[in-house]
Design a protein around this ligand. Structure first.
Ligand code: ZN
Length: 69
């Protein structure tokens, strides 16, 4: 009898862990990247690829330099 309870307990823990893991993966959605436009040419680039210079956004270092001589 004890073994049945143990088995149920193990299954319950396994089930809880599985649901938790599924919930965690479900919340990790592919992030919609914030798009910013280059101040020099107007090209849209993802926020993490943008070049920042004097609080302005640029698509590349070249454009940042062109606007900030
Ligand atoms: Zn640009």
């Amino acid at each position: 009898m004890k073994t049945i309870f143990l088995l149920i307990a193990v299954l319950l823990i396994w089930w809880v862990l599985r649901t938790l893991r599924r919930e965690r993966t479900a919340t990790v959605k592919p992030k919609i990247k914030n798009m910013l436009s280059c101040r020099h040419c107007g090209l849209h680039i993802p926020e993490d690829e943008a070049v920042r210079c004097n609080n302005r956004i640029y698509c590349s270092k070249e454009h940042a330099q062109k606007d900030n001589p």
